[in-house]
Ligand binder design. Structure first.
Ligand code: GDD
Ligand code: MN
Length: 391
């Protein structure tokens, strides 16, 4: 433990230098040394038990918890507020119209004025008794990052929902290790701790998309990181359900590509282009099917293919490219309608140009593809500004 009045020790290389902590005499009792950031979505039944668990595990430590809730329909935020009325250490950020684990964690961490920030799940799957161990390690000044790992001796991944999730997690870890500047046995861990100053230093370089905030952090560090891995059990989820599915792996791959390209090409554009490419495939399949199997005329087949590709692109972009602003329920239909109406203009150009090319003796699949590409470019420009615009 460091002497009171001194936070994280100064490193020789200047990374994460000391937070000039005011002397205890000037501080009001209860000022937090540790902020536990808890992203949550539909975790209402887990909020109170987690607070109780933190209270028990962090006895003797000045802590606070920041729940970052993306306006869960189950009233997670209201539950956090209720507890916050009873205990000033319980705080909550309620985000409206947004989804995303990484961005939730970043925003939660950025409200902290504590010396250290921990990130953990809100579903009791992470073992809160590891927190004092991690804090102790960081306070020694010997480490910049403490990661609770399921893959070191004593750790355990029993709680991973299925064999499929195990495979997904292992594949991700193996893939990630190739890109990482440090050795992390569990780079997918969502349970870690670091000095706030280090987080603040890295915050501007974070991608903020997807769910692998630890990877994002580690990939953003330029200097060597001193990492300690703390074995931890990954418990079974008792209430609620997991939000992470196979689609997040796509985002994860996107994060690695983004970091590899040094953030030069926006991730959203890459994602949109990839979806667009698939859309061209779908378009051609429908076009060929319409011509060869249904014997449709070229223009009719091209129109059908355009509509199908449009719906396909919309739905896939809503799932992947704009996952953080995903449209649902009535807004999904409104978005699709808007997308189709505005893209109708693009589709007219698409069909028109393809037809002109076809009449000028361009091979019909080539004419169709060129028309489709023009449609996709148009869709990109429109979607970013109108359909999924930040609300
Ligand atoms: N604010 C917010 N927004 N929170 C979210 C969102 C979101 O869009 N999606 C998920 N969460 C919260 C959940 O409520 C939970 O507290 C935490 O993030 C982790 O989500 P889970 O859905 O419980 O994830 P998991 O148990 O499948 O995944 C665990 O294992 C992964 C590695 O395989 C987590 O520990 C991950 O952090 C870890 O990377
Ligand atoms: Mn979980």
């Amino acid at each position: 433990m460091t002497a009171p009045g001194h936070g994280h020790q100064t490193r020789q290389d200047g990374m994460a230098t000391d937070t000039t902590d005011p002397p205890p005499a000037q501080r009001i009792d209860g000022v937090a040394d540790l902020t536990v950031v808890v992203p949550c979505y539909n975790e209402r039944p887990n909020v109170a038990p987690l607070v109780a668990a933190l209270d028990a595990a962090l006895a003797g430590i000045a802590w606070e918890v920041v729940f970052v809730d993306d306006n869960s329909p189950d009233g997670t935020a209201a539950e956090a507020r209720r507890l916050g009325r009873l205990d000033p250490r319980v705080r909550c950020i309620r985000r409206i119209g947004r989804r995303g684990l990484s961005s939730a964690v970043i925003e939660g961490a950025l409200v902290s004025s504590a010396l250290f920030i921990a990130v953990m799940d809100g579903d009791l799957q992470h073992d809160e008794t590891r927190l004092p161990v991690m804090l102790e390690a960081l306070r020694s000044g010997q480490y910049d990052l403490a990661v609770a790992s399921r893959h070191v001796v004593g750790g355990d991944a029993a709680g991973l929902a299925s064999r499929w999730r195990h495979a997904l997690s292992d594949a991700g870890a193996t893939l990630a290790q190739r890109f990482l500047p440090v050795t992390l046995s569990d780079p997918m861990s969502g349970f870690f701790m670091l000095p706030r100053v280090l987080f603040e230093q890295l915050a501007p370089s974070l991608t903020a998309q997807g769910f692998k905030i630890l990877l994002d952090l580690v990939l953003s560090v330029e200097l060597p990181l001193r990492v300690i891995e703390v074995p931890a059990e990954f418990r079974k989820r008792l209430a609620g359900e997991s939000k992470l599915d196979v689609l997040v792996l796509t985002q994860f791959a996107g994060l690695l590509v983004d970091k590899t390209l040094g953030g030069l090409v926006p991730l959203r554009f890459l994602s949109f282009a990839a979806v667009g490419l698939l859309g061209v495939g779908v378009h051609l399949m429908v076009l060929i099917g319409g011509r060869e199997m249904l014997g449709l005329g070229f223009a009719t087949a091209q129109i059908d293919a355009t509509v199908v590709a449009m719906v396909f692109n919309f739905l896939l972009n809503n799932q992947i490219t704009y996952r953080d602003q995903q449209l649902r329920g009535p807004r999904l239909w409104r978005g699709l309608l808007l997308f189709m109406v505005v893209c109708g203009i693009g589709a007219v150009a698409n069909v028109g140009i393809a037809r002109v090319l076809y009449q000028a003796n361009t091979y019909w699949t080539v004419a169709g593809a060129i028309g489709a590409v023009i449609g996709v470019v148009w869709n990109y420009a429109v979607s970013a500004t109108l359909v999924w615009r930040a609300r």
